[in-house]
Design a protein around this ligand. Structure first.
Ligand SMILES: [Zn+2]
Ligand SMILES: [Zn+2]
Length: 205
C-alpha cells in the first residue's frame, strides 16, 4: 500500500543493474561528454535553490528535507525523484545544456510536491497534481519525459565543406548535392558556369 506508482523510467533508473562501483563510459555517441565534471554527491547550491522554491509555495517543513545529488551512473535518465525521501538525483550531463539543470530539478521537485500534497491518495506520476506543482514552480507545459535532451553535437550537426581553390568554407545542415561548386571561383575563372575544379570537398570532421 505504500508502493507509489512511479513512472517507468524512474524504476528503470533504480533497477537498471548498473554497478555502483564503476561509472562505465557509454559506448558511442556520448564518449567525451560522459565524464561528470564535478563528480558525484550533494550540491549545496541546488539544495538552497530547491529550498527557496519550496518555501515560496509555503512548503517550509518539506523545504528542510530536500536533498539534491548528482548521480554519474545515470545514462539517458535526466532526473529522478525519490519519494518519500525528498531526494532528487540529477544526471551530471545536464550541465552541458543551458537551463536544463533548473528545469529538470523543478520537474523532479514537482513529483515530490505532488506526492506530498496527495498524502495517501494514489496519483498519476504526470497527472493533474504534478502539472499543478509544475505550474506552481513556474514551469508550464513541462514535458513528461525524464530522458536527456539531445546532445549538442546532434543538434548542431553540420557538414563542413571547403573550396579546393580559394579555401572558402561552407557549412550545411544537409549534404550538398553531388556537384556543388564554389560560386565565387566559378564566376571568377569560368564565367559563372560550373567547374569541377571548384567543386566543394567535405572537410573531415
Ligand atoms: Zn516526471
Ligand atoms: Zn572558391
Amino acid at each position: 500500500m505504500s508502493l507509489m506508482s512511479f513512472p517507468r523510467q524512474l524504476w528503470l533508473a533504480f533497477a537498471g543493474g548498473e554497478p555502483k562501483s564503476k561509472a562505465a563510459p557509454e559506448a558511442g555517441a556520448m564518449d567525451k561528454a560522459v565524464k561528470p565534471q564535478a563528480g558525484e554527491g550533494r550540491d549545496a547550491a541546488l539544495e538552497i535553490q530547491a529550498r527557496k522554491w519550496l518555501d515560496g509555495i509555503g512548503m517550509n517543513e518539506e523545504a528542510k528535507l530536500i536533498s539534491v545529488e548528482w548521480n554519474a551512473r545515470m545514462r539517458s535518465t535526466a532526473g529522478y525523484a525519490k519519494w518519500p525521501q525528498w531526494l532528487v538525483e540529477l544526471n551530471p550531463r545536464l550541465k552541458e545544456f543551458d537551463g536544463e539543470i533548473e528545469r529538470t530539478l523543478k520537474h523532479e521537485l514537482a513529483h515530490l510536491i505532488a506526492y506530498a500534497r496527495a498524502g495517501r491518495r494514489r496519483i498519476q506520476p504526470h497527472g493533474a497534481e504534478w502539472r499543478q506543482a509544475c505550474a506552481d514552480l513556474g514551469i508550464l507545459n513541462e514535458r513528461v519525459s525524464h530522458t536527456m535532451p539531445l546532445p549538442r553535437h546532434k543538434q548542431r550537426r553540420k557538414f563542413s565543406y571547403v573550396c579546393p581553390a580559394c579555401g572558402t568554407g561552407a557549412e550545411r545542415v544537409r549534404k550538398f548535392k553531388r556537384h556543388t561548386a564554389c560560386l565565387a571561383c566559378c564566376k571568377k575563372h569560368n564565367k559563372g558556369r560550373y567547374d569541377v575544379r571548384f567543386q566543394f570537398v567535405m572537410k573531415p570532421s
